[in-house]
Design a protein. Structure first.
Length: 341
């Protein structure tokens, strides 16, 4: 088809001043973002507008204002063509309990237009890829949450899309299940070249999986950058030192020494061990060296220096939308995000 764009050299998703207003809520507010090929994380607290964006991008829900393109196709007019080339894994449990994974995924493949034999072959391949091969003939009702998430992933991939939207695929999984799912998601791109837009309310888990991260809050774009840039600019270090005879309050002495060396020190008072932990923005390897040197110069002992797992709240400390409260460091959710209105 002449008008189908390939994903290699184009923007895969583009939105321009995209808004979605419900009677009582503005779910998306003039969101403009460009997303290229690869694995992209869409991060935001519950209610940030992630699912709304996905539904608009699939051409299933009209935007109130603005425009969006997926694979070069306008969502307002080319919804069906978009859905032919895009897979979708919905957030909520939506699987029929009394059919097997094979039956369901073959059915979805047929719905996507694959002929019967191809549908069966693709189903077997896809279920094997998601690690469900042995159990594929058992009814889904008896599956664990992790297995159900894999079925949802398989049905999104079976028609060999160019792009998949995965809405909270790690929801309800334990840490091992989450890691396995994140590994599978990464391989969707590396093994098959299928670009991925994956949502989560946990920035930390997407950092490891994604090439690019887009952060939304209250329907607005807070940040869109490559994961490397993200990690480089927002890594937070937690540092704890001992006291000494010369410096009876070692933490304070280090704080002053780091201030003098231009290292940004945050208030860590809401954390366990309050008062003894300094939180720093690490600009790169040199921050580690600066801390080590400062501790040595002061003659203090370094108890720990560790990278803290990000939470969405921390992103905002470096943004104009400052959370304004150290409490935010220990919590997740919309309150912690504290967008300016
Ligand atoms: N059909 C609807 N009618 C009215 N309000 C809606 C509708 N769908 C979503 N909303 C509201 O729009 C806002 C964004 O919801 P959305 O589901 O897109 O967020 P989300 O980031 O996907 O969060 P979650 O992970 O909890 O689904 C929320 O305040 C939600 O209550």
């Amino acid at each position: 088809m002449a008008d189908v764009t390939t994903v290699e050299d184009v923007t895969v998703i583009a939105t321009e001043s995209l808004s979605k207003r419900y009677p009582r809520v503005t779910a998306l507010d003039r969101l403009s973002v460009d997303i290229g090929p690869g694995v992209t994380g869409l991060v935001g607290a519950n209610g940030a507008g992630k699912s709304t964006l996905i539904k608009i991008l699939l051409g299933l829900s009209p935007a109130t204002e603005g425009r969006a393109e997926v694979l070069g196709l306008d969502v307002a007019t080319r919804g069906a063509a978009i859905r032919e080339q895009v897979g979708y894994m919905p957030e909520h449990d939506c699987l029929p309990p009394d059919v097997s994974a094979t039956e369901l995924v073959v059915h979805m493949a047929r719905m996507s237009g694959l002929p019967p034999t191809a549908a069966r072959e693709r189903t077997a391949d896809t279920l094997r890829h998601v690690g469900l091969y042995e159990e594929r003939y058992r009814p889904i009702g008896g599956y664990s949450t992790g297995m159900k998430q894999r079925v949802k992933l398989a049905q999104a991939l079976v028609h060999d899309p160019k792009l998949v939207f995965l809405d909270e695929p790690t929801n309800g999984l334990d840490p091992v299940g989450r890691d396995e799912m994140l590994g599978l998601i990464r391989r969707v791109y590396t093994d098959f070249g299928i670009s991925v837009l994956v949502t989560s309310h946990l920035l930390g888990e997407l950092e490891r999986t994604c090439d690019h991260v887009v952060v939304v809050d209250g329907g607005t774009l807070l940040r869109s950058s490559s994961t490397t840039d993200f990690t480089r600019t927002t890594t937070t270090l937690a540092v704890e030192v001992t006291d000494s005879d010369t410096h009876p309050d070692g933490t304070r002495a280090l704080h002053e020494a780091l201030d003098a060396r231009g290292v940004q020190v945050h208030d860590g008072s809401a954390l366990p061990g309050a008062g003894r932990i300094l939180l720093l923005t690490a600009a790169g390897e040199e921050t580690y060296d600066l801390v080590r040197d400062a501790v040595a110069d002061l003659g203090l002992g370094l108890v720990r220096m560790e990278q803290r797992r990000h939470q969405i709240a921390e992103v905002f400390k470096d943004e104009e939308h400052t959370a304004g409260s150290a409490e935010a460091a220990g919590t997740q959710g919309k309150e912690a995000v504290g967008h300016g209105g």
